[in-house]
Ligand binder design. Structure first.
Ligand SMILES: [Zn+2]
Length: 106
């Protein structure tokens, strides 16, 4: 059997699309990126119980790659369809998007 490992892959995302389907993971619990509802279970709640948004992406507030791998393993064992995004990358993408829309107004 060949060994499997997690690696980070660069991909192009639509910031608005990701924002609408994002769950933030803080260790065991998550919060909705859309309505900010707290205390979600990212392994069970595929939809936000408050605003009904479906989660496709996850970003973690945990900094260590080891913690991200723990989360990825939990997601995998639970059979949940969530793509983990590097929080820092996403925050940068959001900032750039905000800047872009500022310029569009001029
Ligand atoms: Zn929500």
């Amino acid at each position: 059997m060949s060994e499997k490992r997690f690696v980070r892959i660069w991909t192009e995302i639509n910031v608005e699309e990701v924002e609408k389907h994002l769950i933030y993971i803080e260790d065991l619990y998550g919060s909705c990126g859309n309505c900010k509802k707290l205390g979600l279970n990212y392994l069970k709640d595929i939809k936000c119980p408050a605003c009904g948004t479906t989660f496709k992406y996850a970003a973690t507030t945990l900094k260590s790659p080891a913690d991200s791998i723990k989360i990825l393993n939990r997601i995998k064992s639970a059979g949940v369809q969530l793509t983990l995004i590097e929080r820092e990358d996403f925050t940068k993408a959001q900032a750039k998007d905000a800047l872009g829309s500022l310029f569009k107004k001029e």
